[in-house]
Design a protein around this ligand. Structure first.
Ligand code: ZN
Length: 90
């Protein structure tokens, strides 16, 4: 029985050596992409994997990444905004 990658829809030829890959059938390339992206998410949101709440947050992004969850957009690198947003003054 062959599995299909959730992300790209291709047939998975080799299993990804990660326990979470069972929940999210993914080809090696997409899984690698996710792990790279996960690091970005963790850094951006300052997630601490020792905290259940934070692990839950990451799981949401994981589901979103593999197209299982709607309503969460991929995080974007926010460019620094040195000019700030002042200007309105009362
Ligand atoms: Zn894939």
């Amino acid at each position: 029985m062959s599995k299909t990658c959730l992300k790209c829809g291709k047939t998975i030829e080799e299993d990804v050596d990660d326990p979470a890959a069972d929940k999210y059938p993914s080809c090696g390339a997409c899984w690698k992409e996710w792990t790279t992206y996960a690091v970005t998410v963790m850094n951006e949101l300052r997630l601490d994997m020792s905290l259940p709440e934070h692990r839950k947050a990451l799981r949401k992004y994981e589901r979103a990444f593999f197209g299982l969850e709607k309503g969460i957009s991929e995080i974007e690198k926010k460019p620094d905004n040195p000019e700030g947003q002042h200007g309105h003054h009362h």
